[in-house]
Design a protein around this ligand. Structure first.
Ligand SMILES: Cc1cc2nc3c(=O)[nH]c(=O)nc-3n(C[C@H](O)[C@H](O)[C@H](O)COP(=O)(O)OP(=O)(O)OC[C@H]3O[C@@H](n4cnc5c(N)ncnc54)[C@H](O)[C@@H]3O)c2cc1C
Length: 409
């Protein structure tokens, strides 16, 4: 029997923050868009669930009133600061305050956050969401693109790979292989009833000796639940043959910094893992008739592990670029390089700086030294607080005041 292809102008593969943001951007166009997703919404995504101010700020750019709708509808917890705690007693707390005003960071399950964006996309007339479609094959040639799952085919003029860390667009069209020194392994497990550490509902980062330079986290969620997890470079996992599930469980059960607080706590799921493709290296992220977005383009901050903000940002840039492709009837690799240029113009400075700090902290003794230093120096803590709100963090860290205090005080 002959298979009948569904035809569109634009195919977006993957309905995470990158794909959903791109769909919202393209809702401003007359283009006929398919958003193809293997799951059915609402769906989970393994993540730390931390939404920086950057994410919050971008909601309004995506769709009018979306940030208000997030505050009203999403089951999110606003957190007022972060603790960093090392096993040798080094520790510091940084309040989320900038120029006197308290800034909030939100912890919101991706189940809720992604669903909020999905509901927004559903309102847009020119975007058809195709769920329960797990793409197995992607083809692109000078005539157009095809996304296939068994005998189901969706065709278009351009495909946007927003299919996450294990992107088939990245593998099949860009032919990239995973590089362990630019990739992290992450685990997540939701808990309830962990004893709170303080009254600020703070985010907590633990620097554990057997995980260095990776870290363990507890991020508080509403209703006395929390996102507990850890992340570490995949090259280190291989080199030291780390069993991350064991390390996570041992920390919860036996580590003196944590065990007492978990005494009456209960895991509400099994430990789950997922990869984090880091933006610590510049890559080509487009070719003839395709662009890569978000995790598929490896845009996660190598230091903080945050990828949602850059996923949304790349979705917006991709949406605008695709409109230009159609205006100029040009889908060539050379035309699409303008997309790479714009993505890295917006993100590379920060990614490069985070890579530099990540390399600096790859020496465990330096990391511990830095934590003690920050814990003992109020001015450094204040400069760090200020750095949260600046896109170009290097301005703060390379400032004479920061360096003087860090080295000599
Ligand atoms: C353990 C962990 C903790 C993290 N913590 C944070 C954090 O606290 N804050 C933060 O900002 N970032 C965090 N990140 C990173 C963040 O999760 C990602 O950067 C973000 O989800 C990237 O969005 P995306 O849209 O590119 O990809 P995704 O969110 O992965 O979305 C991809 C979508 O594509 C779909 N898909 C995949 N393959 C196919 C296919 N073949 N066919 C059809 N559909 C497909 C998936 O179902 C999914 O819906 C964390 C990541 C991990 C693993």
């Amino acid at each position: 029997m002959e298979t009948k292809a569904q035809k569109f102008d634009v195919l977006i593969l993957g309905a995470g923050p990158a794909g959903l943001a791109c769909a919202l951007q393209l809702a401003e166009s007359q283009l006929n868009v398919a958003l193809i997703e293997k799951s059915q919404f609402p769906r989970d995504k393994i993540c730390g669930d931390a939404l920086s101010w950057d994410v919050y700020n971008q909601l309004s750019k995506l769709s009018e009133g979306l940030e208000k709708s997030f505050l009203e509808k999403a089951t999110a917890l606003s957190t007022k600061g972060l603790h960093v705690i090392a096993e040798d007693d080094g520790r510091f707390f940084i309040p989320f305050r900038y120029k006197g005003a308290v800034k909030e960071m939100h912890i919101c399950k991706r189940y809720d956050f992604d669903n909020l964006l999905y509901e927004e996309v559903k309102k847009k007339g020119n975007v058809k969401i195709i769920e329960n479609f797990k793409a197995k094959k992607v083809e692109a040639d000078s005539n157009g693109v095809k996304v296939m799952s068994g005998d189901e085919i969706v065709e278009g003029k351009i495909v946007l790979g927003a299919d996450g860390a294990h992107s088939i667009v990245t593998k099949q069209l860009m032919k990239y292989k995973m590089e362990r020194e630019h990739y992290s392994a992450g685990l997540r497990v939701y808990y309830e009833n962990i004893e709170p550490l303080d009254e600020h509902a703070s985010m907590e980062f633990y620097i554990l000796d057997d995980l260095l330079p990776g870290y363990f986290w507890i991020f508080p969620l509403p209703n006395n639940t929390a996102n507990v997890g850890l992340g570490v470079l995949s090259s280190i996992v291989t080199e030291r043959k780390l069993n991350l599930r064991e390390i996570l469980q041992r920390a919860i059960d036996k580590n003196p910094l944590l065990a007492e607080r978990f005494k009456n706590a209960k895991a509400v799921e099994t430990i789950k893992g997922h990869g984090l493709p880091l933006g610590s290296k510049k890559r080509e992220i487009s070719g003839e008739r395709f662009l890569l977005l978000g995790d598929a383009a490896s845009l996660i901050d190598p230091l903080s592990g945050e990828g949602i903000g850059n996923a949304i940002r790349s979705g917006r840039v991709a949406g605008k670029h695709v409109m230009e492709c159609f205006e100029n009837n040009n889908f060539s690799a050379s035309f699409n390089q303008a997309y790479d240029k714009e993505v890295y113009r917006l993100m590379w400075k920060e990614l490069k700086f985070s890579r530099w700090v990540q390399m600096f902290f790859s020496r465990p003794w330096l990391m511990k030294f830095a934590i003690r230093k920050i814990g003992n120096n109020k001015l450094i803590r204040r400069l760090l607080t200020d750095s949260y709100d600046t896109k170009d963090k290097s301005q703060v860290f390379w400032s004479p005041r920061f360096l003087w205090n860090f080295i000599f005080k």
